[in-house]
Design a protein around this ligand. Structure first.
Ligand SMILES: Cc1ncc(COP(=O)(O)O)c(C=O)c1O
Length: 383
């Protein structure tokens, strides 16, 4: 009966990150730096808010977009942190993680034949959802430009069919952030065209130097901002994301959301409210830890003579391994078998990630040190 299934669904694959992670778990004594999940616990006061929600019987459906106080807190958070203005009554939707926000945004703005421009290498969560809509991903190669998307690179790829540009900064897998000046150039290029910007800002609270800038500041009516608490508040399992956009977009996205999930778990919503009010700066403590780790891992990789861009956000590094003459998958697999250390092959992040591996530093310094010792030991034998 399998032949009867939707071809688009049959053709997409599970993410290369997961595939590799599953493969690695079959090997013994491997230190894995493969997962993009904070290694901190959810802040205590947020956990208490979740428990209280259950005890106080806040366990029913809520408004489809999330209960109003939560949306208000989310809008205030964006205003306080990034100076973005959204009306909580009409322009904010609470979603099941950033993942569901991406899905409902694409399903609302894309139709058959639409083209979506993405800067490669890129997080693998977008392409399959674009394909499920019958749309086509178009990749811009950013590898020659320090992984930065520019208005110039973008312009070459824009066609009549372009409906959306994905701006995933701070970036997974490269950690690169774009400055306000770079975003203004992109905004000027796109302004007035029939193109939406999907700005995935899930790592916005993890920017090390300078402030996070959102393109929504410069082109609000064409931008859909995606954010959430998975990374900033170490709440991946609570599944809390947000969509912010003009009402003419949210009123349609909300229908997709409604028929998809009705609403996000009421218990998670209460925890999210606590995070966005009393925990507005919770991420600072984690960010300082990440900064130390970033500096440590970056310096070690540079000392190993690996070519790597110093990241300014998120918790990843994306060194080149092209000098070793192997595909990124074979190189990563060899490291697992011969060095006992696992990184994600760059090819999991589109063809443009070929020749790189991704290291996540959402791990303790001790774990990072041991993993890098193993890498260094292996490389010193090979050179
Ligand atoms: C760039 C990016 N967007 C979205 C997500 C998904 O976030 P969530 O767990 O909130 O669905 C991730 C998770 O790794 C990510 O790296």
């Amino acid at each position: 009966m399998e032949h009867l299934l939707n071809n688009r669904v049959k053709q997409i694959e599970i993410s290369g990150i997961r595939k590799f992670f599953n493969m690695v778990s079959e090997y013994q004594n491997v230190i894995s730096l493969t997962i993009g999940q904070p290694d901190f616990y959810t802040p205590e006061h947020v956990k208490v808010a979740g428990k209280n929600a259950i005890d106080q019987n806040f366990t029913t459906y809520t408004h489809n977009a999330g209960y109003p106080e939560l949306r208000k807190a989310a809008a205030q958070f964006l205003k306080a942190k990034y100076n973005l203005s959204y009306n909580f009554e009409t322009e904010v939707i609470t979603t099941v993680g950033a993942s569901q926000a991406i899905d409902i945004a694409f399903r609302t703005i894309l139709t058959e034949g639409s083209e979506v421009i993405l800067p490669g290498p890129v997080y693998p969560g977008y392409e399959p959802l674009i394909r499920l809509c019958g749309a086509t991903p178009v990749f811009v190669d950013t590898t020659k430009n320090g992984f930065r998307l520019t208005a110039e690179l973008l312009e070459e790829k824009i066609t009549e069919k372009t409906r959306c540009i994905v701006l995933p900064y701070p970036s997974n897998p490269t950690g690169v952030t774009l400055s306000a000046a770079e975003l203004i150039e992109i905004a000027s290029l796109v302004k007035g065209k029939d193109i939406f910007i999907l700005s995935d800002e899930i790592y916005s609270e993890l920017v090390f130097e300078g402030e996070h800038s959102s393109i929504a500041k410069f082109i609000p009516e064409q931008t859909i901002v995606i954010n959430g608490l998975s990374k900033s508040h170490s709440m991946t399992g609570w599944r809390i994301g947000f969509l912010f956009a003009s009402e003419y977009l949210t009123k349609h996205m909300l229908k997709v959301h409604q028929y998809n999930v009705s609403c996000v778990s009421s218990i998670s919503q209460k925890a999210a409210y606590e995070a966005l009010t009393n925990g507005i700066d919770d991420s600072n403590r984690m960010k300082e830890e990440y900064r130390k780790r970033r500096d440590y891992v970056y310096n070690r990789l540079v000392n190993m003579k690996l070519d790597v861009v110093k990241p300014n956000g998120a918790f990843y590094l994306f060194p080149s391994i092209s000098q070793f003459g192997k595909s990124s998958f074979d190189f990563a697999m060899t490291l697992v078998k011969e060095a006992g250390v696992a990184f994600v092959p760059g090819s999991a992040f589109s063809d443009m990630g070929e020749g790189y591996v991704r290291l996540s530093y959402a791990y303790s310094l001790e774990t990072l040190e041991e993993a890098l010792d193993r890498l260094e030991g292996y490389l010193s034998i090979k050179q």
